[in-house]
Design a protein around this ligand. Structure first.
Ligand SMILES: Nc1ncnc2c1ncn2[C@@H]1O[C@H](COP(=O)(O)OP(=O)(O)OP(=O)(O)O)[C@@H](O)[C@H]1O
Ligand SMILES: [Mg+2]
Length: 187
């Protein structure tokens, strides 16, 4: 049956702060053509103001945000558009909300040693990263359960290598080369 598109896929790159979610999700998007989104960009102005004021979000602040992310994936699914979302999704209950969006959500847990992540965060900000914040994220993290769809990868390799590994493990096709007026290929 020509013209039938395969069903859209929805990938969430999860893990603690600084492990490389945004970088790797973006690389997956570049290589596979999946529509990229950054979960942080979906926060309400109220949540952003809280975070700017250094007030940690509690779960009550997170539910509407997670529901918005689920709705975004569901809306893309209805359009036949596959997505890759960078979202910490540390708790199973958060992932349960995300799973209420499209029919299937596949998680990619980037897992790294505290030293590796602390080094990345320090390089990114140029400031010493408080051990406490990372430790608290590691403590909150609930790894994927055996009944949850997804994979765990060491966060250590370079971003493009990780993106390729995700595509291979999940069987995601490469982006077709862009052609025609809408394409952005050089020349
Ligand atoms: N695989 C990698 N190898 C080397 N450096 C990396 C890798 N992935 C990310 N980095 C670097 O580590 C830092 C943190 O990465 P990134 O911002 O993608 O993490 P994050 O998980 O999205 O963090 P946050 O939760 O704070 O949004 C960045 O400076 C990024 O360039
Ligand atoms: Mg990020």
């Amino acid at each position: 049956m020509t013209g039938d598109r395969p069903p859209a896929r929805h990938i969430v790159v999860m893990g603690v702060s600084g492990v490389g979610k945004t970088t790797v999700a973006h690389a997956i998007s570049e290589l596979s053509g999946l529509r990229f989104a950054e979960a942080d960009d979906f926060h309400t102005e109220e949540n952003v103001a809280r975070m700017r004021a250094g007030i940690p979000l509690d779960d009550a602040d997170r539910w509407p945000w997670l529901r918005d992310l689920a709705s975004w994936m569901a809306a893309r699914h209805a359009e036949g558009v596959s997505t890759v979302l960078a979202c910490s999704a540390l708790k199973r209950s958060y992932r349960d909300v995300l799973r209420q969006g499209p029919p299937d959500v596949e998680f990619v847990h980037l897992d790294g040693a505290s030293e590796l992540i602390r080094d990345r965060l320090t390089r990114r900000t140029g400031h010493y990263m408080s051990a406490g914040l990372l430790d608290s994220q590691q403590a909150i993290l609930e790894p994927l359960g055996p009944d949850e769809s997804g994979i765990v990868l060491s966060a250590e390799p370079p971003p493009d290598e990780l993106a390729m590994a995700v595509m291979t493990r999940l069987g995601l096709p490469s982006a077709p080369p862009s052609i025609g007026p809408a394409g952005d290929a050089p020349g």
